[in-house]
Design a protein around this ligand. Structure first.
Ligand SMILES: O=C(O)CCC(=O)C(=O)O
Ligand SMILES: [Fe+2]
Length: 351
């Protein structure tokens, strides 16, 4: 039987095996570096089975009823699912297949990609920020920055480039519509170029891969965190594993996979810009004993040089700002400088 590689970080990171390579060793238990302290493990008794986030039909997205349900969901839950979003099933299925093909590549090829890719366009990683974490997460991911077509063609890996680009082109249309609705409710009528720069100036397509885990109860697929995007558009497969924080701040609500749906969530940026009206809710992923799971979030992020703070339209009626203005790149770098830590990142911007 195989044993844990003696230099685990070298095996995972430098040799680009990732947790996929570790799972392929068929170890009977997880290495100690993955074992979460008791208090951080997922407590299944905290699930509230009768609660669920709303599912919104996006067909008539311009109608007030639909816009109101999006607004209500963004305020109450910070999370909702959308169906009938207009992205063809084939585009979605082709991308999912390409994600599996990418992670099934030999480590040698992934190592080559790591060593030759521009970090501002392509980043292959394992866990979250392994050098900043005391316990590793059971996940590999490939971040593809939605840069210029020239950079995309030169740097995104060939095995998933066409599928990922096609998916992004379709998703961009949906993202603009979602942002328009969310902004309109904050009294911002137009998504002009400046606002696009601030809200969606640097989108990242992340391909997440969670291999089957011999001991899912003791690890985190992703530990509790909130996203640092303006909004996140997530495609999950049919395995399940995503939980969002209940409104009591203690319970967890399961997000069931819904065929053809996207999970949308508000990120810290929109919480800050709306001066706390929209909520960026904590969420986590639980690993699976038997099956490999993939998920594909688009982090709709501001451009690095965008200045983020409460919108003047939101403060018009005399509300006190709860957050100070900051450069998005500072917020981004702060997020990746530490392990996932629930809702703590947003304290960076609090007054
Ligand atoms: O895999 C999922 O369902 C969620 C992924 C997630 O929360 C993230 O990548 O930030
Ligand atoms: Fe997330």
């Amino acid at each position: 039987m195989s044993s844990t590689p003696p230099n685990l970080i070298d095996f995972l990171v430098n040799q680009a095996n990732g947790v996929k390579g570790l799972a392929d060793l068929n170890l009977p238990t997880v290495p100690p570096q993955y074992i979460q302290p008791l208090q951080a493990r997922f407590d299944h008794t905290k699930i509230v089975p009768e609660e669920s986030i709303p599912i919104i039909d996006f067909t008539k997205w311009e109608e007030p009823d639909v816009q109101n349900s999006i607004f209500d969901a963004a305020i109450k839950w910070g999370f909702f699912q959308v169906v009938n979003h207009g992205i063809p099933f084939k585009v979605i299925d082709d991308l999912k297949a390409a994600v599996h093909s990418f992670f099934e590549l030999p480590a040698e090829e992934k190592k080559c990609l790591k060593e030759n890719s521009l970090p501002e366009v392509v980043r292959l990683a394992t866990s979250f920020s392994p050098h900043a974490e005391s316990v590793l997460e059971w996940k590999d991911y490939l971040q593809l920055v939605y840069a210029s077509e020239e950079k995309i063609h030169a740097h995104w890996p060939a095995i998933c480039k066409v599928q990922a680009l096609e998916y992004m082109k379709h998703s961009e249309v949906l993202i603009r519509k979602l942002l328009k609705v969310l902004l309109r409710k904050l009294k911002v009528e137009e998504l002009d170029k400046a606002r696009e720069h601030t809200l969606m100036g640097a989108m990242i397509l992340s391909l997440n891969y969670y291999p089957a885990c011999p001991d899912p109860e003791v690890v985190a697929g992703i530990a509790p965190h909130s996203d640092i995007s303006s909004t996140t558009v997530l495609l999950q497969d049919d395995i399940g594993g995503l939980y969002v924080r209940g409104s009591d701040g203690d319970s967890w609500i399961y997000v069931p996979p819904v065929e053809g749906a996207f999970v949308i969530n508000i990120g810290d940026v929109l919480q800050i810009m709306s001066n706390g009206r929209y909520k960026s809710i904590e969420h986590r992923v639980v690993a699976n004993k038997r099956k490999t799971r993939i998920s594909i979030p688009i982090f709709v992020n501001p451009a690095p040089d965008a200045l983020i703070g409460p919108l003047s339209e939101v403060l018009e009626n005399g509300d006190e700002p709860k957050y100070k203005h900051h450069l998005y790149s500072d917020y981004f770098n702060y997020f990746f400088s530490k392990a996932h830590d629930g809702k703590k990142t947003v304290e960076f911007a609090m007054i």
